[in-house]
Design a protein around this ligand. Structure first.
Ligand code: UDP
Length: 339
């Protein structure tokens, strides 16, 4: 028995591999290092003490995926992380996003069908809720509100999975809708290593704190929120990883298709996050107040009650630990995995 983790050297994938192994699962990692580094495999070995089987493979390449499933015939569940994830880039290259994200998922699902693998965990996103009418947002809120091609690839893949499960009652699928993952493994050995100028709030703050940027960017101070800045549900990446372990356990109960929010249930504003990070790194950061970023919403945070009730999972880390671990990773690895 083994769990295949596609995109297992990426940010969320690598943390999930650690928690799967800690929970006693055998893991196979598949990745093509499109957006990650082979160095992650060394770091995973240091953390887990294990040589984790690795297969270099593009999830869109049918022959490579077939070889992967032939090589590891003990795979009985797949956690599918491998995908493009940059919102802005998806607006510029929509066809690449649809081809890679949807094509990759279809290629994996077809291989699972050929090899009689019945259990699938899908990386979805709170972006499927668009600008939710009610917060905290639960799983029954309309989930067809994406505002960019990246988000639409998530909406469409969710639909593909629902259609598949109608047609094939033997499949078990967990759709996990992530809120805003931040932080890093407490060891500081693995963490988020974005290419180029970070898009997301946390890696930008962390890189400003080590001196790569003169200030942190505050995108909009005129939102209808207590301090005027956007509010999100930031979740520690280790808690998110543990949510995947709980989802895998659920799949093995033959649950059919299930959908869960993975968030903390608590919203923090951009200014509150900057303040928490300042405390973690012991410095005051310059703030550059800018206009709103196109496509951003004012507020979204999760109602995580369903995951707690059905998976027995809830997030444990608070914002202080998230920022402390993010700073620990960034200060120990100022250039990420590049040396
Ligand atoms: N944000 C910001 N400065 C940045 C990046 C993001 O003020 O450098 C804000 C953004 O407007 C949003 C929040 O931080 O309110 C989270 O943005 P992020 O891109 O991390 O995640 P999103 O929720 O947009 O997927």
């Amino acid at each position: 028995m083994a769990i295949l983790v596609t995109g297992g050297t990426g940010y969320i994938g690598s943390h999930t591999v650690v928690e799967l192994i800690a929970a006693g699962y055998n893991v196979v990692i598949a990745d093509n290092f499109y957006n990650s580094s082979p160095e992650v495999l060394n770091r995973l070995k240091t953390i887990t003490g294990k040589d984790i089987p690795f297969f270099k493979c593009d999830v869109c390449n049918k022959d490579e995926v077939e070889m992967l499933f032939n090589t590891f015939n003990e795979i009985d569940a797949v956690i599918h992380f491998a995908a493009y994830k940059a919102v802005g880039e998806s607006v510029e290259k929509p066809l690449d996003y649809y081809e890679n994200n949807i094509g990759g998922a279809l290629c994996i699902l077809q291989a699972m069908k050929r090899h009689n693998v019945k259990n699938f965990v899908f990386s979805s996103s709170a972006t499927v809720y668009g600008d939710p009418e009610i917060v905290p947002c639960d799983e029954n809120a309309p989930a067809n509100g994406a505002t960019n091609p990246y988000g639409w690839t998530k909406v469409m893949q969710e639909q593909i999975l629902r259609d598949m499960c109608v047609a094939d009652k033997s499949m078990n699928v967990a759709i996990l809708r992530y809120f805003n993952p931040i932080g890093a493994h407490p060891s500081g050995l693995i963490g988020e290593d974005p290419n180029g100028i970070p898009n997301n709030l946390l890696p930008y703050i962390a890189q400003a704190a080590i001196g790569k940027y003169p200030s942190v960017r505050i995108f909009g101070t005129d939102y209808p929120t207590p301090d005027g800045t956007g509010v999100r549900d930031y979740i520690h990446v280790v808690d998110l990883a543990l949510g995947h372990v709980a989802a895998v356990k659920k799949l093995f109960t033959n649950c059919g298709l299930v959908t869960y929010n993975l968030g903390t249930g608590k919203g923090y504003s951009v200014l509150e996050v900057v303040k928490a990070f300042e405390k973690a790194c012991g410095k005051t950061l310059e703030k550059n107040i800018l206009p709103r970023r196109a496509g951003d919403i004012a507020v979204n945070y999760a109602n995580p009650a369903k995951a707690k009730a059905e998976l027995g999972w809830s997030a444990r880390y608070g914002i202080e630990d998230m920022c402390a671990h993010s700073w620990n990773w960034q200060s120990k690895n100022p250039n990420g995995y590049k040396e």
